[in-house]
Ligand binder design. Sequence first.
Ligand code: KG4
Ligand code: ZN
Length: 327
Amino acid sequence: MILSIESSCDDSSIAITKIKSKELVFHKKISQELSHSKYGGVVPELAARLHAKALPRILLECKAYFHELKAIAVTNEPGLSVSLVEGVSMAKTLSLSLNLPLIAINHLIGHMYSVFIQKEAIFPLGVMLVTGGHTQVFKINEDENIKILANTLDDSFGESFDKVAKMLNLSYPGGPIIENLAKEGSVIYNFSVPLSNSPKLSFSYSGLKNQVRICIENEKNLDENKANIAKSFQEVAIKHLMQKLNKIFKFNSFSHFALVGGASANISLRNSFEKLCQKYNILPLYAPMQFCSDNAAMIGRAAISKYEKQNFSLIHEISINPKIKNI
Ligand code: KG4
Ligand code: ZN
C-alpha cells in the first residue's frame, strides 16, 4: 500500500491505496473552505496552520495500516509554498521513520489520475484541467510523455468563478456558488467570448472578469440580477473552453478525453463537454464528484504508476516547487 498526502492549497487529505489492485482502503479530507470563506479567498498563513493541525489528526486514523506500507507519496508542486511544506515535511518524516521510499507527485498529474481512482489507467489520453490555478489541455502518452496543447494566458477558469463571486459579495469558493445561482438566472447580459476570433489555442479569463466587473458597477438593481449575471457569465466562460476544445478536437485524434480539476464538478460544463465529445466520437472521462476537488486519493493513484517504475525521490533532494505553470 501507498500512503499519500495532499496539502497544496486548502484541503488537508491523506489516503491509503493498494498498489496491485488500486483499491482505495482509506481516504479522509478536512477542507478549510469555511475558515477562508470570510476572507473571500485562501489565506496562505492560515492554510498552513490548519494543515499543521489537520494532517496529524488524519494520520492518527490510519496508523493501523502503517506496517503494510511500501511507500510514502506527497504533492510537492505546484501550490501555496507554506501549504506544500506541511505535507512534504510530514512525508519526509514518515519516510525516514518507517524506512520507506518517497514519491513526489505533481498536483496536476494527480488531478489527471483522479479519473483512474480504483481503476486501470488508459493511455494515450487527452486531458482538460480546470482548477483554481490552471486551465490547460494536454495529451499524455503511454510513457506518460506530456504535450501541452493549450494553456491559460492569465486567470484560470475556476479563479474567474471565485473572482465573480467575490465581486457579487458572495462566499468562497465561488465555483459551486455561481453554478447554483446560475440555475435561477437567465442570459440577459451579452458578455463577449474571449479570444473567439483568435486562432491562438489559449485561454483568457481576465477580460471576461472585467466585463462582469463593469456590468456590476453599472447595474442599478444588482440584488435582483445576481443570478442573471451568474448565468450570463457561466455560459460565456464555458463557451470559451468549448470553442478552443473544438479546435483541438478538429486537429488531434483522441479515443478518450478526461475533464479534471475542481471545476470539472460543474454540471453545465460537463454537459457541454459531453456534447462536444459525442460530436467527435470521443469517450469522455470524469472523476467521481467527491474526487474532483483536491484529495489524496488521486495523489495515491498517481503514485502507483511512479512506484511501478521505482521512480523515487531522495529525502534530501525532494523540494517544493510552488510556481510551476505547466506540468
Ligand atoms: O482543483 P481544485 O479543488 O483546487 C486547485 O487545484 O486549484 O479547484 C478549485 C477551483 C476553485 O476555483 C473553485 O471555485 C472551482 O475549482 N470550482 C468550480 C466548481 N467547483 C469548484 N468552478 C466552477 N463550477 C463548479 N461547480
Ligand atoms: Zn487541485
